[in-house]
Design a protein around this ligand. Sequence first.
Ligand code: PBG
Length: 334
Amino acid sequence: MTNEFKLDLTRRPRRMRRTASLRALASETEVLPQHLIQPVFVIEGEGAPETIDSMPGISRLSINDTVAECRELHGLGVSGVALFPKLDESLKSDDAREALNPNTLVLRAIRAVKAAVPELTVITDLALDPYTEHGHDGLWDAAAQDIVNDATVEVLTEMAVLAAEAGVDMVAPSDMMDGRVGAIRSALDDNDFEKTAIMAYSAKFASALYGPFRDAVGSASSAGSHNLNKRSYQLNPANRREALVEIALDEEEGADVLMVKPAGPYLDIIREVREETELPLAAYQVSGEYAQIMAAAKKGWLDLERCRNESLLAIRRAGADMILTYFAKAFVQG
Ligand code: PBG
């Protein structure tokens, strides 16, 4: 190669990309096991894990298997798990009464995990969708054809106290009702659970990417559709400013961690929230984001590991401190 054509450049950014070690030295972002939270789906009984067609690699686990999985995740350095119950249809009702059963599946799972692996952070959702026949996150007023905000919040506050009693480290209201973070904070404090933290699903968009999750927890089969319309409470994907309003409210109401969800298609929101608040920020890489990568990889169209790693790196680069991701275990295992 002759060098007749020569640019007179002072700055040649490629110098720092020349070798692997120079690139490593200049690397700005990393994804470590400590940043990750693995969602885990829990089922009743002692049966074998149940696979979920739309989420290859993820299964619903009995409480015993959940405990074993949590031990393993802790051993791998993953910081936390988010436990989601899949209930028998017979336990679902209009008023979500099973959510307030002090011995309901998720509470038994929390107790078992905290007893076995106390150092692992255990998080549980506060929302009614695993418990309602219609699959909505709140109580449904058939006459008004709407979710009832305040009555739903009352149930959530009671769920929060039950989860705190069971030993959960963070409750995660995922329902998007108005005023729920403040009400949950007061209920926890009134019951001497001032140490229980709130991870608020603050900017949760009405996304089409929750479909596989609704298979996993059975809310799709209860509702007869994946396409349950949650637009009267979840955010319009078109709206950036409205997301910032929700973030500000949850911060004022006492959230300890704010969350943006989904993650990958909402990196702009993650970045903006990062710049608006000093609180820890979580991003939820949701079931549909996972399914897209898994499906393309299965077809041989995308490289699974590289796409997985790049998706997580991008979420961290956008400004998330912690990531809820179905890839947590696989990522850490390499
Ligand atoms: C329920 C809840 C959902 C998710 C987490 N909590 C689904 C929904 O709002 O319909 C989605 C998670 C995922 O897709 O991975 N409130």
